[in-house]
Ligand binder design. Structure first.
Ligand code: ZN
Length: 145
């Protein structure tokens, strides 16, 4: 794969006005940019840009003098302006213990409230012993309705 980045970018403005055309020449090397600049000059494109710029300004001046209004064009932007995509619905929060419930304790510590995973299709709720699963002597779940 070849490197197609344009590391060299030179911008030209024929005059210092805010309305000056902007000519940007890009290239992967300085020599590439130089070749493109010479090509632009030789092709007469720069002279055409000047002619086009003058014609554009004349049209603006003439249109303004005649009271012309810009032609409306269809827009893909909603009339209300930028409409960001609706945020995704928040994931269902894991069910917590009943309000006011105090976590019971066991010899291993304070028990944790657990519910069946939503994808399991089950609805069990229980206080679970904090000892790692498989620990000998782990307390059984305290099932809740
Ligand atoms: Zn326990």
């Amino acid at each position: 794969m070849t490197d197609t980045r344009d590391d060299f970018v030179i911008s030209f403005k024929p005059h210092g006005g805010y309305d000056s055309p902007l000519i940007v020449v890009k290239g992967s090397t300085a020599a590439d940019v130089f070749d493109k600049m010479k090509s632009l000059e030789a092709s007469g494109v720069t002279a055409e840009i000047g002619t086009f710029d003058a014609a554009l300004k004349a049209a603006f001046t003439l249109g303004g003098g005649l009271g012309a209004t810009p032609v409306a064009h269809p827009s893909t932007v909603p009339a209300t302006g930028y409409a960001p995509a609706a945020p995704a619905a928040p994931a269902a929060a894991p069910a917590g213990p009943p309000p006011g419930a105090v976590a019971p304790s066991c010899p291993h510590g304070v028990k944790a409230f657990k519910t069946a995973p939503p994808a399991s299709g089950k609805t069990w709720k229980a206080w679970m012993c904090p000892a790692p699963k498989g620990t000998p002597g782990q307390c059984p779940p305290e099932w809740m309705k």
